[in-house]
Design a protein around this ligand. Structure first.
Ligand SMILES: NC(=O)C1=CN([C@@H]2O[C@H](COP(=O)(O)OP(=O)(O)OC[C@H]3O[C@@H](n4cnc5c(N)ncnc54)[C@H](O)[C@@H]3O)[C@@H](O)[C@H]2O)C=CC1
Ligand SMILES: Nc1nc(O)c(N)c(N[C@@H]2O[C@H](COP(=O)(O)O)[C@@H](O)[C@H]2O)n1
Length: 257
């Protein structure tokens, strides 16, 4: 695996107020991903695509160093075979895979996740599965929840409450699009479960066949800051209050970021 390039040092103060605080026990969710100018996160379904410049790739590993867990959907594991460890510094981060039908079971032994565990450079993943997919004898840590029978989905609140009960206090969500789009929606209480949003934007187009990030409803990101690197920009913001919706309404339904 190629070594990371040095972290641009101005990213440290820039990211600081969007990362979980060590002195605060509240559960914290950071949603972070890299996208093209046309809001694509890969060239196509199942295709791993390098979007970040090497310096924003290093940033991702720096952000991992501030979280207890890193969460992705199963399609991301199937497409990318990711390591999901922290290569910025010596920091243990727990991979969480959302995988209701437990597809990971069939490929785990030949995955990078497994290789990292065996080589002592990554923690074992915790796989969130539906009760109906529970089988014995695979040697993989599972968190068993019930999907909503109508949607076939877990509730994010159920997932995060269960992770909190396991002692996890901060989760960095990296993707893919299904996970990101669902987290960019308000819950039934009208609130988002995401605290911080950190999006890398690279000056490329991936085309209409690419995997798109675009939530069902528009929203306005609050408390926004931008960083400009050698090639990419990074947008940080928050999604926690009602102000985003109010701001959108005041602009006659137009939503701006
Ligand atoms: N550029 C970037 O930063 C990133 C890009 N990617 C790309 O994203 C693509 C994968 O995206 P998607 O196909 O959308 O897949 P995904 O990685 O979001 O996984 C979707 C699957 O996860 C499970 N899942 C997700 N949320 C669930 C819930 N609430 N309840 C129950 N099951 C749930 C389901 O099985 C669902 O089919 C890949 O091409 C990958 O390369 C992935 C991560 C980051
Ligand atoms: N930040 C970022 N930039 C890109 O260009 C990407 N393609 C991704 N993808 C995410 O990173 C995971 C791979 O990470 P490691 O193998 O652990 O280094 C991949 O699965 C996506 O979640 N991210």
């Amino acid at each position: 695996m190629a070594p990371l390039v040095p972290l641009p040092q101005d990213l440290i103060p820039f990211l600081d107020r969007y990362l979980p605080r060590k002195d605060n026990d509240d559960f914290f969710v950071t949603l972070t991903y890299a996208q093209s100018l046309d809001s694509r996160i890969s060239k196509g379904k199942g295709i791993q695509t390098i979007i970040s410049h090497p310096e924003t790739k290093t940033m991702t590993h720096y952000i991992r160093s501030h979280h207890d867990a890193i969460l992705v959907g199963i399609n991301t594991v199937l497409a990318d075979d990711p390591g999901l460890n922290c290569r910025y510094c010596d920091h243990d981060i727990r991979p969480i895979i959302i995988d209701p039908s437990f597809k990971l079971r069939t490929i785990f032994q030949r995955s990078k996740l497994h290789e990292n565990c065996v080589n002592g450079v990554g923690l074992a993943p915790l796989v969130v599965i539906d009760r109906h997919s529970l089988v014995e004898g695979h040697g993989i840590d599972t968190l068993v929840l019930d999907v909503d029978p109508k949607t076939g989905k877990f509730s994010w609140l159920d997932i995060f409450k269960a992770l909190r009960e396991k002692g996890i206090r901060s989760v960095m969500v990296e993707g893919g699009a299904t996970v990101i789009n669902s987290l960019l929606r308000r819950g039934e209480d009208g609130l988002f479960v995401v605290n911080s949003l950190i999006v890398t934007v690279a000056p490329i187009y991936l085309g209409s066949g690419g995997v798109e990030v675009s939530p069902r409803e528009g929203l306005a990101v609050e408390d926004v800051s931008w960083w400009r690197g050698k090639r990419d920009v990074v947008c940080c913001g928050r999604l926690t209050s009602e102000a985003g919706r109010l701001a959108a309404d005041e602009q006659g339904g137009e939503v701006s970021c």
